[in-house]
Write a protein that binds this ligand. Structure first.
Ligand code: ADP
Ligand code: ZN
Length: 736
């Protein structure tokens, strides 16, 4: 009799032993999917090894039920990658393997087919509602209906019912009420089509001299040597990636191109398809389970050679892997937020090493980790294509710059400098486009009582509630808790309340008043919760139907619109003072990236950065488009005699959370004293900057060491005796 060790997709490192029936013996090899009995159910697991004899006699071993695949679902190098993630990040092997294989392949039943083909959409009929009197009469006794009506109005007159009910949490009754009154009707429209279907843009006819130099330079370096393409915004990095990958594919090998999800626009996909046609599989988040499983199989069988996608595409089952490109390698979204808390760039480096593939990183604002890594060779693209200049950046000091008074708001509520205002008006007059960044969604950041200073906070989280309009509500951005906006102070009873802190909704409202003829679109989490929403917004910008695009950090990445001549950073300081050692780096990257959206066409462009910290090194370096200037100022802050931080040291963060604060603190102290025995430098325990989240108190402890082995030992020791109130995050990207 032979046996196999099988790992299940659960937070456990141990494997289960099953008997291998003779008929399945050929298929039950390491990496193979198997269906096995577990208590009274059947579950899918992964074979990790053959077991010669049972560890102890007399244990009850059940036989494997099925082995559905001809080839193991997880190749030998991917299984090895799973083991590495498990060891490096201190995550149970079951979770690492679950991350590697897409969800539908873990289901015993056959994966579901594509999503249903029709969608219910609420369409306003407009019956007499232009008259304000009529509107008042109709909605006087139906405030909920008014909210629905005005929300759909704000969304352009129609919206999917599922979006209104599930994302915006509007009432179904009010929707039905509007339909009964003839103010709206329900239409069944075909499911919005995949905006990526059939796209293809042929590549530019030839590489620029700089691009050719980088392509040849990288081809000339040893395959095992990772490369960084440090190219300014608009230097044509994408074409360099595609040219390198084309050679890989032409020699019969496969490739992976990782991009941040938000940068996976139809434009990007079209460029990739323009080179690889049908040999590429695009693994975007909009795929249905069935489509995802199909794409996975096509790659596994070698029918498609190139995978393009966000973070998890690093595990795509590409055959004969020749190269992995990580575009925008500095992006925090490459880090997974739950176990295994892997960083896709680092997982890509390990996978490339395991499969003998080339690793290519690219960014206009590389992370300090990458810049300080001596194994990486850097290739630069110092200029934009077609000798277009980088846009000049004007830093506007909000403390002293002349300002425009905003109608309907208290003085100073909207930071609007004359310089930015004049630039926008000029661009609009010339028919050019404007991009405005404000990295804070909602209407106002918080409500404050002008008499006693009280700020309503979330009862579950230690954070102020953010004010939203349409529908009017205060909402917690961490747990989603909602409350009505108070008219009087709950503490002192004062009769009026003040809205403080500018959010994107209020900015949109202000822009509408200030530039009444401009066509304005807002892109943030609230306007992009439905499938494909951000593609529709960007499409309209590309077609010239939008004059001003405003939004959160979502609009800072990868956009290439030649008619954008003015970029404004409305408030560069929103993240500058976060209690996180990367606050400066994030601000630098965000401002430099959004500045890079200006002047990509023949008309050139200008950037305005409004700030109250014009001398901060992050702002100054971003204004100079200079990564080296930023690194030269920032690295000493993370090096001795200052307390060292990455990249000067490795970091592991333990977060302890519990309903009872005293219990959390006590447990944190236990974790810290356990750590102090193994690691020379331990910080804390201390309350997390975000002290309370979803009803739990949070404490954290940081372990630092320049020796990766020391931290590796610690996370593996922790993995062996995990605690359900403690999470471990190696190389954390956020300390909040
Ligand atoms: P980056 O990613 O470095 O910001 P992109 O790859 O978006 O830059 O390229 C910027 C613009 O330059 C795009 O519109 C692209 O089509 C164009 N471009 C890139 N390479 C060339 C080339 N060799 N010839 C002509 N146009 C190019
Ligand atoms: Zn909350």
């Amino acid at each position: 009799m032979t046996y196999a060790a099988v790992v299940l997709p659960v937070p456990l490192s141990r494997s289960y032993i099953y008997e291998v029936p003779e008929s399945l013996a050929a298929r039950v090899v390491p990496g193979a999917r198997v269906v096995v009995p577990l208590r009274r159910r059947s579950v899918v697991g992964i074979v990790t090894e053959a077991v010669g004899h049972l560890p102890s006699a007399g244990i009850d071993v059940k036989p494997i039920i099925a082995a559905p695949d001809d080839e193991p679902a997880i190749s030998a190098p991917l299984l090895e990658l799973g083991r590495w993630m498990s060891d490096y990040y201190g995550a149970p092997l079951g979770l690492s393997l679950r991350a590697i294989l897409p969800g539908p392949l873990w289901s015993v039943a056959r994966p579901a087919g594509p999503a249903p083909a029709a969608e219910r959409v609420l369409v306003l009929t407009g019956n007499g509602m232009d008259s304000l009197l009529e509107r008042e009469r109709r909605f006087k006794r139906a405030p909920q209906r008014r909210v629905v009506y005005e929300t759909v109005e704000a969304l352009g007159g129609s919206a999917p019912v599922s979006h209104l009910v599930e994302q915006l949490r509007l009432s179904r009754n009010s929707i039905d009420g509007l339909v009964r009154e003839g103010l709206a009707r329900i239409e069944h429209v075909p499911e919005i089509r995949d905006p990526f279907a059939g796209l293809s843009t042929p590549p530019p006819p030839s590489l620029t001299e700089d691009q050719r130099r980088v392509v040849e330079g990288i081809r000339g370096t040893d395959l095992h040597q990772p490369a960084l393409i440090h190219g300014v915004t608009g230097s044509g990095k994408t074409l360099v990636y595609l040219d390198l990958l084309r050679a890989v594919v032409q020699s019969g090998n496969g490739a992976i191109l990782l991009v941040p999800e938000i940068a996976l626009t139809p434009q990007t996909v079209a460029r990739v398809r323009g080179v690889f046609g049908d040999s590429v599989a695009v693994l975007h988040s909009g795929l249905s389970d069935g489509e995802r499983a199909d794409a996975w199989r096509a790659l596994r069988r070698g029918e498609r050679l190139v995978a393009v996608g966000p973070r998890s595409a690093v595990f795509a089952p590409v055959q004969r892997l020749g190269a992995i490109v990580v575009d925008e390698e500095h992006e925090p979204s490459y880090k997974q937020g739950s176990a295994p808390r892997y960083h896709a760039r680092d997982a890509a480096a390990m996978r490339a090493q395991l499969e003998g593939a080339r690793l290519i990183l690219g960014s206009a604002t590389p992370s300090l980790e990458t810049l300080s890594d001596e194994r990486i060779v850097t290739f630069t693209l110092p200029d934009r294509v077609e000798a277009r200049p980088l846009p000049p950046v004007e830093v506007v000091d909000l403390r002293s710059a002349p300002r425009i008074a905003a109608p309907e708001t208290p003085p100073g509520a909207i930071p609007w400098s004359e310089a930015l205002d004049i630039a926008i008006s000029g661009a609009l007059e010339r028919g050019e486009q404007v991009i405005l960044l404000l990295n804070r969604r909602g209407f106002a950041t918080f409500v404050q009582c002008p008499a006693c200073g009280n700020v309503p906070g979330c009862p579950q989280c230690a954070i102020a509630l953010t004010v939203h309009q349409t529908p009017p509500v205060m909402r917690c951005h961490y747990c989603g808790h909602e409350e009505p906006i108070p008219e009087t102070c709950v503490v002192c009873g004062h009769a009026t309340q003040r809205l403080r802190g500018l959010g994107t909704q209020q900015l949109e409202h202000f822009l509408g008043l200030r530039y009444p003829r401009a066509r304005i679109a807002r892109m943030d989490l609230d306007t992009t919760s439905s499938k494909w929403a951000h593609h529709h917004i960007l499409d309209r910008v590309a077609r010239g139907e939008i004059d001003i695009l405003l939004g959160t950090q979502m609009i800072a990445k990868g956009l290439d619109f030649p008619n954008v001549t003015v970029v404004g950073v409305v408030d560069a300081d929103t993240g500058l003072h976060f209690p996180d050692f990367r606050a400066g780096e994030r601000t630098f990257q965000l401002v430099a990236q959004v500045a890079g959206r200006a002047g990509r066409g023949a008309r050139g462009g200008r950037v305005f950065v409004q700030t109250r910290a014009p001398d901060h090194h992050a702002i100054r370096a971003a204004a100079a488009h200079s990564v080296s200037q930023f690194a030269a100022a920032e690295l000493p802050l993370r090096s001795p005699p200052n307390p060292p931080y990455p990249p000067r040291t490795g970091l592991v963060r333990f977060v302890i959370s519990h309903e009872d604060n005293a219990r959390a603190a006590e447990l944190a102290e236990k974790v810290a004293s356990w750590l102090r025995r193994a690691v020379p430098s331990v910080l804390g325990p201390a309350p997390c900057p975000l002290m309370r989240l979803k009803g739990k108190w949070r404490w954290h402890v940081l372990a630092k060491s320049a020796e990766p082995r020391v931290l590796g030992r610690v996370v593996r020791a922790w993995r062996a005796k995990p605690h359900r109130d403690v999470t471990v995050d190696r190389d954390p990207v956020s300390l909040l």
